[in-house]
Write a protein that binds this ligand. Sequence first.
Ligand code: GDP
Length: 327
Amino acid sequence: MNLQSKIYIAGHCGLVGSALLRALGTYGFSHLVTRSHAELDLTDQTATEAFFAQEKPDYVFLAAARVGGILANNTYPADFIRDNLAIQTNVLHSAWRHRVRRLLFLGSSCIYPKLAPQPLKEEYLLTGPLEPTNRPYALAKIAGIEMCWSYNRQHGTRYLAAMPANVYGPGDNYHPQDSHVIPALLRRFHDATQRGDTSVTVWGTGTPRREFLYSDDVADACLYLMRLADADFDRLLWPAGDADDSSALNLAPLINIGVGQDLTIRELVELVGQTVGYTGEVQYDTSKPDGTPRKLLDVSRLNALGWAPRTNLPTGLATAYRDLLAD
Ligand code: GDP
């Protein structure tokens, strides 16, 4: 990928997509292609195909997806499986037809089995049952990984799947019910502080552990991966041997993106309280779901390539909070 390459960022208005757009701009990539949801509905196969035929991008970051927090996943399961299956099927197929050189498919750490050993290594994919609250989303993403793998095997494409930890950052969705935990808590603690409330409610028991990754760090890791030399990139596509080797069927073209550390929701609540300056009480509503007990990613594959995140959680939370205030 060089500075003149034509690069399509699918989902450039989202949390990761907008961070990708910023990062590509900062590095000096000048030939960026974007379409808003209103301009191009990626669940529409004909429209997606027409777009690729017209633009013929060299590189694709597939960050377009239907995403949301634990309650949104539980409330709209049909939307989560249908939209994600449709988007990725259309984009991966058209990218092959129009000879995209490399594609990075973004998913999430919820693709791993609910009770897999921690930290989660890439090879734990498909080794056990999933967390039910986000199973429709996770299964769609697993199908996307399998599609990347299958197109690489059958058509010689270079599709890599990258699974980030829970992402947060500027431009997040602050919806009270549908958002992820960090934007939800920033909003709720901020509103409580403004109103002078003495108690705030947090969902679940506070005991689940989560790993959080700042959106600009995800974008940086994605660029790092897409700019790897061919030999290094191909080793990620075929970690168990080359495409013709029968052992190639054992390991997916998959890489985790994370910080390698997690904390409990209770500890996160402390940090968010400090960021916002909230001093009141916190109640835990255990009628709301906890989700999976833990999903800490093993990031040794990415670290071995020389990449590490730059933003620690207190710094990232402070930036995210400034973004909420500016909203
Ligand atoms: P998950 O990692 O897929 O479970 O995604 P979320 O970011 O939605 O939730 C993470 C954890 O935060 C879960 O254990 C939730 O129970 C907990 N949590 C606590 N309060 C909230 C909240 O207000 N919104 C969300 N989305 N999660 C919350």
